[in-house]
Design a protein around this ligand. Structure first.
Ligand SMILES: [Zn+2]
Length: 86
């Protein structure tokens, strides 16, 4: 019998849908900025669909308490991260 490879499933912080971890962007809050997760501390997952959702920044701000960037800055960061994945 073929065994499926185990893929970690994570939840998008905005839409709360579950996705394979590799399909999500992993972010963290550091020095009052949202950035790519560097392997230390807490992280948040966001799906590609929710990158375009204006509510995302509010969600991130609610989690991190120190998010000050505009939505546009966060979106461009997320798109850069997405491009790096490929
Ligand atoms: Zn989502």
């Amino acid at each position: 019998m073929a065994r499926k490879l185990h893929v970690p499933i994570r939840m998008c912080l905005q839409c709360r849908q579950r996705f394979p971890q590799g399909d999500l962007l992993r972010l963290q809050c550091k020095d009052k900025k949202i950035q790519a997760f560097d392997g230390i501390g807490r992280s948040q997952y966001v799906c590609v669909t929710c990158i375009e959702n204006p509510k995302l920044v509010k969600q991130l701000a609610g989690r991190c308490k120190c998010v000050k960037e505009s939505h546009e800055e966060i979106i461009s960061l997320l798109k850069e991260l997405r491009a790096d994945d490929r």
